[in-house]
Write a protein that binds this ligand. Structure first.
Ligand code: NAP
Length: 250
């Protein structure tokens, strides 16, 4: 099975920690040159870059706050200036805040859409011209099982992740004839700050919902992303790979 990514340039948004960090390291392990976007965790991003360089790879961290509508184009522009291409784009950066719909201010809804959905659209749009020219590209969007199940106090989050379905499936149809693939990974509950910070007393409830009886590890998402990025996944497009310990069988 050919999973190598030698000579490919991968951009991972939200690559400083959690799932994005694991995706970046999994892509680097297959030989990809790495562009790691972070917002605030410069130490985390730097550590990922150093790990990739220890493998003899080129890697650079790029700061961007993707809540700013201009940031995605600036980010991709900076990566293209440095590396000349993006072959693999992992739209992973995301945030989750908590509020019932009746209490949710516009600003909270808008911020979530901007970071989780709009920035994925803009990064994708900015990477597409080069992918189309080379007739090769991998776009991998990090959705969530919440897009299928909903999530109390997270309507904004679930809606942003459901929005990625429309983007992914539509773009897969648009660019399929060029050989670019567009897919999603839908994690269940993975042991990152986003989830562990909300666990408080709910572990038994969560485990009862999970046939594999544990949280997932970020590396269990990273390996799936690296697979989707590789030639081994060349006939997969417009697909969602659910990685959730059996919580949602879709
Ligand atoms: P996390 O540990 O909270 O990490 C979030 C990442 O996104 C960080 O690298 C963070 O950068 C970046 N980020 C947050 N807001 C940003 C902004 N405004 N602009 C740019 N970057 C921003 O979360 P995670 O659990 O790894 O989640 C990663 C992705 O998987 C998200 O899209 C999330 O929705 C999705 N997901 C996670 C789970 C789960 O169980 N953990 C389940 C389903 C889906 P800094 O650290 O530099 O600020």
């Amino acid at each position: 099975m050919n999973t190598r990514l030698d000579g490919k340039v991968a951009l991972v948004t939200g690559g400083s920690r959690g799932i994005g960090r694991a995706c970046a390291l999994a892509l680097a392990a297959e030989g990809a040159t790495l562009a790691v976007q972070y917002r605030s965790d410069v130490d985390g991003a730097t550590e990922v870059v150093h790990a990739a360089r220890l493998l003899g790879l080129e890697a650079i961290a790029f700061q961007a706050d993707l809540a700013d509508p201009k940031a995605a184009d600036q980010l991709v522009g900076a990566v293209l200036t440095r590396f000349g291409r993006v072959d693999v784009l992992v739209n992973n950066a995301g945030e989750m805040t908590d509020a019932a719909v009746k209490d949710m201010p516009d600003a909270m809804w808008d911020q979530t859409m901007e970071v989780n959905l709009n920035s994925a659209f803009r990064c994708t749009r900015a990477c597409l011209p080069g992918m189309l020219e080379r007739r090769w590209g991998r776009i991998i969007n990090m959705t969530s099982q919440a897009a299928w199940t909903g999530s109390k106090d997270h309507a904004h989050y679930a809606a942003s992740k459901a929005g990625l379905l429309g983007l992914t499936y539509s773009l897969a149809k648009e660019v399929g004839p060029t050989g670019i693939t567009v897919n999603m990974v839908a994690p269940g509950r993975i042991a990152t700050e986003m989830v562990t910070s909300r666990m408080g007393g709910r572990e038994a409830e969560w485990m009862a919902q999970t046939p594999l009886k544990r949280l997932g590890e970020p590396e269990e998402i990273g390996s799936v992303v690296a697979f989707l990025a590789s030639e081994a996944a060349s006939y997969i497009t417009g697909a969602t790979l659910h990685v959730n310990g059996g919580m949602l069988m879709a």
